[in-house]
Design a protein. Structure first.
Length: 128
């Protein structure tokens, strides 16, 4: 038995491994296919990073903002969010991209605010 093995056995006997996080649970991904980039994928997930091209991220951000329009608490916040998205759209449309080209046009913020108002009014009408 090697010196290291003896140290591990002694630590095990003292119970130094008893309360480790994940004790008794299977190792995540142990049965999955071998992936040389597993650590990169875990890092990106943990740090909430994306591999997606900027134009696709922008398209996704616009879709999410429109889906969550009713959750925005004030008109000022609606205008600010969509003004920022429009600035990003204009910038993307004015530059060469390394990924797919953007097909987005700037959004009509006044129409979006009208939609937001109608949504809020209909919520008030149905929940007095």
């Amino acid at each position: 038995m090697s010196f290291i093995d003896r140290l591990i056995d002694a630590a095990h006997e003292r119970g130094e491994f008893d309360d480790l996080p994940g004790a008794g649970k299977p190792i995540a991904g142990i049965d999955g296919p071998h992936d040389d980039l597993w650590w990169v994928k875990q890092l990106m997930e943990r740090e909430q990073l994306s591999w997606a091209p900027a134009t696709l991220v922008l398209r996704r951000d616009v879709e999410r903002a429109l889906e969550r329009l009713g959750e925005i608490p004030s008109e000022r916040m609606v205008r600010s969010l969509f003004d920022d998205l429009n600035a990003r759209i204009r910038k993307a449309n004015s530059q060469a991209t390394s990924g797919p080209p953007t097909t987005l046009l700037p959004l009509d913020v006044d129409r979006i605010v009208d939609r937001w108002r109608l949504d809020r009014q209909s919520r008030r009408d149905t929940h007095p």
